[in-house]
Design a protein around this ligand. Structure first.
Ligand code: ARG
Length: 388
């Protein structure tokens, strides 16, 4: 059965008013201390945590627990092909930040820590949700995304995925330039400050103009993409504690841009444009004009990032690395949850090794979840009142 959107539901909806589950806390702490012998024995720590939960309904992670928990959540992200380097995640402990201004400046620091050339995986972990209390959040699905606009002629400019969100931020007073690659403002909502909009400074936004190694006309298309994919609306859950604001980034795999963002019919829809410039016969599907345009678009993305000195990887390399990751994890005695439909690259799937096997899908924590409310805010820029 195909249920649209089903795959975006968390395995277990989160009840923000319920106290921390002591069993989940204990399970996490035992694993965390087993995987990190330098942290010492877990028993004394468990006694403290049990008492904290009994007294307050929650407990406070040490910096080491938080750092390892975030890495475990990445390791458990069943849709991520890039997990080989999970140990290298830089975890920025931002739990003390409260105001929208503080959060904003730490998000700018996050993007700067991620870098603009040799991109490194970073997560910023802000304050956990306290049972029954309001918490800070970002509405944006990624720290950097391009606006989308409907034109009077009935077409679109920019990223169609972001049209409703763009209309919503315009309602809050943001002025878009009506261009194809306008970086959206951050929408930060805190209990103290309400909803506030912030424009990212240029120094936080590295972008790569796209050109093609063989086709000089490609640069005339005026395409570009941002260097850092930073998911900002997923909830990190570690040992029963929920961190609703915990943006994280990796580096791009070229096909995310070349075979999805720029190619999907409901995104930038550029295959017909590229095919026309290439002079391909688009009168019949069997000329495979879409496939030929798709390959050249992906070559342009990889070529441009490489030329600009911005870290990116191709889907063959990233598939190999994932196979290595599977092998490593097996050696460590751990099962790897993986979602075939996300792991297999959106181009040339069958010529990558990740295609030719099945994976186990199961909910393993620590984990990242996308909550319905967060998904609605990122798509519509409002809480959708119609959901059941
Ligand atoms: N596919 C998303 C995008 O194109 C980014 C998802 C995360 N990707 C990553 N390489 N860490 O913007």
């Amino acid at each position: 059965m195909i249920v649209p959107g089903y795959r975006d539901q968390p395995a277990e909806p989160w009840d923000p008013s319920s106290p921390v589950d002591p069993g989940e806390a204990e399970d996490f702490l035992r694993r965390c201390y087993t995987e990190n012998p330098r942290l010492g024995p877990v028993e004394p720590r468990l006694a403290i945590v049990r008492a904290q939960i009994a007294a307050t309904g929650s407990y406070v992670h040490t910096t080491d627990e938080l750092a390892h928990g975030a890495k475990m959540a990445w390791r458990n992200a069943s849709r991520c092909i890039g997990r080989l380097y999970w140990r290298s995640l830089l975890v920025l402990d931002r739990r003390r930040a409260r105001t929208a201004d503080e959060i904003y400046s730490l998000l700018v620091q996050h993007l700067q820590a991620a870098g603009s050339g040799q991109i490194r995986p970073v997560i910023s972990v802000f304050a956990p949700a306290q049972p029954g209390q309001q918490h800070a959040r970002i509405w944006n699905e990624q720290l950097i995304r391009y606006a989308g606009y409907r034109t009077e002629a009935g077409g679109t400019v920019g990223d169609p995925r972001m049209i409703e969100f763009t209309e919503a931020v315009r309602g809050y007073g943001w002025q878009g330039k009506d261009e194809a690659f306008d970086v959206l403002p951050l929408v930060i909502e805190t209990p103290g400050d309400g909803v506030r909009l912030y424009e990212l400074p240029e120094r936080a936004i590295r972008e790569v103009p796209l050109s093609h190694p063989d086709h000089p006309w490609f640069a005339e298309l005026g395409l570009r993409w941002h260097a850092v994919p930073a998911i900002s609306n997923m909830r990190l859950t570690v040992g029963g504690v929920h961190y609703p604001l915990a943006p994280f980034n990796g580096w791009y795999m070229g096909s995310e841009i070349g075979a999805r963002n720029l190619a999907d019919a409901d995104r930038y829809n550029l295959l017909p444009v590229v095919a026309a410039r290439m002079g391909l016969d688009t009168s019949r599907e069997s000329t495979l004009w879409r496939d030929r345009a798709l390959v050249e678009l992906n070559r342009a993305v990889l070529h441009s990032f490489e030329r600009a000195g911005v870290k990116i990887s191709d889907h063959h390399t990233e598939s190999q690395r994932f196979i290595t990751h599977l092998r490593n994890e097996e050696k460590a005695g751990r099962r790897v949850p993986a979602d075939w439909s996300w792991i297999v690259p959106p181009i040339s799937g069958g010529i990558t090794p990740v295609f030719h096997r099945y994976y186990d899908e199961f909910d393993e924590r620590p984990a990242f979840y996308l909550d319905d409310e967060a998904a609605d805010l990122a798509r519509h820029g409002s809480r959708c009142p119609y959901r059941g």
